[in-house]
Design a protein around this ligand. Structure first.
Ligand SMILES: *[C@@H]1O[C@H](CO)[C@@H](O)[C@H](O)[C@H]1NC(C)=O
Ligand SMILES: *[C@@H]1O[C@H](CO)[C@@H](O)[C@H](O)[C@H]1NC(C)=O
Ligand SMILES: *[C@@H]1O[C@H](CO)[C@@H](O)[C@H](O)[C@H]1NC(C)=O
Ligand SMILES: *[C@@H]1O[C@H](CO)[C@@H](O)[C@H](O)[C@H]1NC(C)=O
Ligand SMILES: *[C@@H]1O[C@H](CO)[C@@H](O)[C@H](O)[C@H]1NC(C)=O
Length: 351
């Protein structure tokens, strides 16, 4: 039997030690978007005509865990990272809530380096609102909710004693990177994000179908199928803890057909004009292993930059040894360090 000291109270309060204070927050957002009538539309409605779209106007509560260094350098007070998990994960991806995996927390790692963060649950996932109809959980609605949270972080205090932030850097993992990418397409130069760090995601071209084993069968919100989570880890079984894989399987969350297929939107052009960085694991079994795409960083950077003609800067880092869920294997400290570097670079903070 699997025994993990799962701290359920972590939903209310998580603390990593004296240097970092974390609290749960719930942020109400209003979403007013066009979604495709057919949730399997792989472009999420972005290339559709009006007759294949429907209007969705809804208010959701977005749950998040806000972490801030107890001693916050004054220069850092205006900067926050908005952390967006991937498909069938939730906000705990950024901070697995068990003592054993304490050192796999990007929230704690970046907090220790002077950075605040808010790790949110997607609409339809974790402790955020669960729309009654899973067809409402699509890229357009989930991405708009993320963007509204970013705007809220800049315009209002989310917690007593925490003033609004001046700069928001979005950090996504996998489909969470896809949501940030979607906002960059729909909002372009009006985006509330000062920089985007897209981890675990490369351009998905039409015709390149994602592994069918990952597709949730039928409609509705459901967990990813059992036993396939190994694909999120490097092929070398000595490069991650088998207990982490079990923990991952045990704590996985739900996703919808729409939020799975609409990752294809990341091949469309964006007029976003902030800074963008991609971080991909050399051992990512979805994007790199066996594809030959990640061996030549110069060529990969050039290919991935194409849909971003207006960006202030574009960089790509291949994290050596890391798998798809790069926060969860033994190489996690590599991408953690890379992300902190990019956040400081994008916001002008000292290193
Ligand atoms: C609109 O899109 C639908 C679905 O792709 C298609 O069947 C229909 O012909 C399109 N209508 C027009 C006017 O282009
Ligand atoms: C969910 O919403 C879609 C789109 O409006 C609609 O076609 C479908 O019938 C709804 N399903 C349920 C169970 O209400
Ligand atoms: C992007 O363009 C908008 C509108 O021109 C401008 O207000 C904004 O400062 C630009 N952002 C960056 C990061 O250059
Ligand atoms: C990597 O790609 C670049 C750009 O396409 C190319 O010029 C270079 O020769 C490649 N390097 C290797 C080692 O293949
Ligand atoms: C966490 O600590 C364990 C035990 O020291 C180590 O094996 C593992 O590599 C560390 N993980 C990370 C992500 O640093």
């Amino acid at each position: 039997m699997l025994l993990f000291a799962l701290s359920l109270l972590s939903h209310l309060y998580v603390a990593y030690g004296a240097s970092c204070r974390c609290s749960s927050v719930t942020i109400p957002v209003h979403v007013d978007v066009q979604v495709p009538k057919d949730p399997t539309d792989m472009y999420g409605g972005l290339t559709s005509n009006a007759s294949s779209l429907r209007h969705l106007d809804a208010t959701y509560n977005v749950y998040g865990v806000f972490c801030q260094p107890v001693t916050l350098p004054p220069k850092n007070a205006g900067v926050i990272q908005l952390l967006v998990h991937g498909f069938s994960y939730d906000s705990q991806y950024w901070s697995p809530p068990v003592e054993e995996f304490r050192n796999y927390s990007y929230a704690a790692y970046s907090c220790d380096r002077g950075l605040s963060s808010l790790a949110i649950d997607w609409v339809g996932v974790g402790l955020s609102s669960r729309p009654a109809n899973s067809s409402d959980v699509q890229f357009a609605s989930c991405a708009a909710a993320v963007s509204q949270v970013a705007r809220r972080l800049k315009s209002e205090s989310i917690l007593t004693g925490v003033p609004p932030f001046k700069k928001v850097v979005g950090i996504g993992h996998s489909a969470g990177s896809g949501l940030l990418n979607f906002n960059a397409i729909t909002e372009g130069a009006q985006s509330p994000f000062d920089g985007l760090i897209l981890t675990g995601e490369l351009i998905v071209q039409p015709g390149e179908l994602p592994p069918s084993a990952l597709v949730p069968p039928g409609a509705g919100c459901r967990p990813a199928p059992l036993g396939i989570r190994a694909i999120f880890y490097p092929p070398d079984p000595t490069s991650f803890s088998p207990r982490m894989l079990m923990f991952d399987e045990f704590t996985k969350d739900v996703g919808t057909v729409g939020t799975f297929y609409q990752i294809f939107t990341n091949s469309l052009t964006s007029q976003y004009n902030g800074s963008v960085a991609k971080v991909i694991g050399s051992e990512d079994q979805i994007f790199c292993v066996g594809t030959g795409r990640c061996a030549n960083v110069t060529a990969l950077t050039a290919a991935e930059r194409v849909p971003w003609p207006a960006v202030k800067s574009f960089e790509l880092a291949v994290a050596q040894g890391s798998g798809h869920s790069m926060n969860l294997d033994f190489f996690a400290n590599g991408p953690f360090s890379t992300c902190v570097h990019f956040v400081k670079q994008f916001t002008g903070l000292p290193y």
